[in-house]
Write a protein that binds this ligand. Structure first.
Ligand SMILES: [Zn+2]
Length: 101
């Protein structure tokens, strides 16, 4: 049990992975994505994934806006390297006020 008066050194972790299959009803899947979250099992603090763009892509890993969920496109080991690359995604970019107008 975490002591709220002492900083947690994060020794134990809880991770969740949800693997989603991208497919129309009854059709072969056109992509797969693993959504990964990690938190300290002692104090429940979520961990952020560093240095990945915010958004959702089937071409490269991306993170949720709060960086606590990694969306990682995956493919069966036997598939071609370009599997799933034709699927649409989106990106979230930060713009400071200087770019407006
Ligand atoms: Zn902790």
């Amino acid at each position: 049990v975490a002591d709220p008066d002492r900083a947690c050194h994060h020794h134990n972790f809880a991770a969740s992975v949800a693997v989603n299959r991208i497919a129309e009803d009854g059709q072969a899947p056109t992509g797969y994505v693993a959504d990964i979250r990690v938190a300290c099992a002692d104090c429940d603090e979520p961990f952020r994934f560093s240095d990945a763009p915010a958004g959702l892509s089937f071409a490269h890993p991306a993170v949720s806006v709060d960086e606590t969920e990694l969306h990682a496109p995956i493919r069966p080991a036997s598939s071609d390297p370009d599997f799933g690359l034709g699927l649409p995604g989106f990106a979230v970019r930060y713009r400071d006020g200087g770019d407006l107008g």
